[in-house]
Every structure is written in structure tokens, then in C-alpha cells.
Write a protein that binds this ligand. Sequence first.
Ligand SMILES: *Cc1c(COP(=O)(O)O)cnc(C)c1O
Length: 382
Amino acid sequence: MPFFTQSATFSDLWPTTRGHIVDVIENGKYSHGRKVLELESALAAYTGAAHVVGVNSGTDALVLLLRACGLAPGDEVVVPAFSFIASASSVVPAGGRPVFADIEPDGYGLDPDAVAAVAGPRTRFVMPAHLFHQPADLTGLLAVARRLGLTLVEDSAEAIGMRHDGVHAGLLGAGGVLSFFPTKTLGALGDAGAVITNDPEVAETVSALRHHGRFGPTIDNFPGIATTTGLVGVNSKMDDVQAAVLLAKLGRLDADIRRRAELADRYARGLTGVPGVRKLPSVLPRRASVRGVFYVYVIEVDRRDELAAHLAAHGVGTETYYPVPLHLQPCFADLGHRPGDFPNAEAACRRTLALPLYPDLAVDDVDRVCDVIRSFQTGGHA
Ligand SMILES: *Cc1c(COP(=O)(O)O)cnc(C)c1O
């Protein structure tokens, strides 16, 4: 079975998707048009955000969010040493400097004490990433941000549906992002993303930046007639066909999230107590009520690469999120980090393995993956 597919989901959804795509064709505006506005409102209703601004990708959303939050050249942003590359690389085109801090060994979120340890006089932002199945320790991170006078922005690219004390991930501080990359919990058929925020000024600035620095109503703002605002923007408009696909999928997002939770339960039952499986994902007890969402199912194992090869030999696709910690990525070599600087991040890179988890998957598929893992750990054959 593949690590990811959404072909069954899309055949179920095709009539609804097709209706939205026909709307786009008939509207005659294929980028930054009415479907994007419709999606933005639907996402505002879903997340509870006062403002949702659709852009080209989750990565662009991070860059534009940081710029809109007033990041000045040379400002430092504390980011986790373990995440997707964009959690750190997005700081650079926004004009800032990423400063790495270690994660918690469980849950994989930025460790609030580690943030306090690396923050200095030029540090202005802290940007945790909410990875895999639960938000980072937002109670602790909000406290450290308040104490040090830092602005909290959230890399909530993976976190649609996750909540902290009832508040959707991305809305605890100045703002957050969503990624609609195809494998994400709400995935499109190509790239798309959004900024979510309760701050009207942040939303207005992101709206201008995504469209060459132009203000004004989205749908009537054809290039050539609009004036710019004084901001130097970029082209990060959202594509209406992706908005159409996402509107169709949003209708079943909660059902998809429940399905993901069922499959995760099934994995937990199949893998508990299997020798060599060190850790199964679970939502950690926090000083807040936390709603997790299984975006991926990440376990920690001994001999990770051998297990991945064994699974591949039995036709099971897996992924490694993330193989290299961010502080040791060649593009950040000038920061001068060495192996050993962030032991929790480095251990996670050595041991984590993501198993297939998506609504198209059957319970029997999960059982088969568990059997193959058991056969590897006991040296037998599946
Ligand atoms: C997917 C992801 C991003 C980037 O989103 P794109 O839409 O792929 O640009 C950023 N941060 C994290 C943690 C992600 O998982």
C-alpha cells in the first residue's frame, strides 16, 4: 500500500468537486477569485479565525505572516530544531534570523525552557511547529513569550482541527498558517496555503503582500488597474481550482479526522508491546484541554531504516519525518551548529518512522502493517 493516496476520497467527492470547478470556469476568474473568497469564509467558520487569507502555499503563508507581524531585518525568531525545513527557512526571506531550540522528547514540540535558554536581546519572535498529532506546549510557550516580550506566531501548517483550550491552533498568538499540500489533513490537488489570524492589521498586510502589495477587494483587483500600498509584495495568490477542491473536501474534514483517529487507535492496539517499538504517539496531558488530530502516525523504533526497508519489501510505503535536524541542514551551516547541540531533535531524526494513515486506508490495511512490523521485530516472515 502506498504511504499516501487520496484517490478513493476523490472519487466519492467528485460530484461536489466538479460543481465547484464548474463555478470557477463560469466565473471566469481562475486565480484570486470568488472561490478563494468562499473558501476563506468557510475556513474562518471552521477554525473560528476572524480572518483567513488564502495564499500559494503554507511556506508562503509563514513568510508573509512574519513580515505582516512586523519582523524587522536581523530580528531573531526561535524555531524548533526538529520540523519541516520551512519552519526555519521561512524566517530568512522575511528578513529574520532563525535561532534553533530543542524539542520535548515526547510530542516533538518546541520546549519552552529551551526557548528561554537561547533567547537574547535581538530575539523578537517564537515560532513553534505543531507536528504530527498534537500542538506544542502552548501554555508553556505563551508564558515564556509573555515573560521575554516575544511575539508568538505558530507554524500550524499540519494542525488543522487541533485545539488548545478550545482555540484553534494558529490563533493563540499573533497568527498561524495552514498548508493544503496534498498529503496534509486537508489536502488539495496541488499547492495552496492560508494565514489565519484574529488581528485585522496582520490580515490586511498579508492580503496586500500576497498580491504585489495591492490593497483592495480581491475579486475586482485585476493587475494593471490596482495601485500599490507602499509595501513591496510578492505573487502568492491562491488558485481558484484548488479552492474549489478544498471547499469540497472541507465538507468531510470532521469525518476524515474521526476516521484518522480510528485508524490510529487500531495501530495503537496492534503495536503496543511489540519489541523494538519504543514509542507510540499519544496526546500528552497538559495544563490545558488539548484536541489532537492525527495528520500522520509517527512511531519511534530501533533500527528504523531496516524496518522501513522491511516494510517496503512487503509493499508498505513509509516516510521519515524528518531525517536531518534543522540545525544540521547544510543551508544553515553558517549558524555553526554541531551534532549533539539538540539531543532530543537528533534522537527524533534517528528513530521516527511515519506509517500510512489517511482516510482511504482500511482497518485491514492497518492490521497488515502491524503484522509486518511484528514479523520484523521477531525475525520471522510475514
Ligand atoms: C507542510 C508544512 C509546511 C509547509 O507547507 P507547504 O504548503 O508545503 O509550503 C510548513 N511547516 C510544516 C510543519 C509543515 O508540515
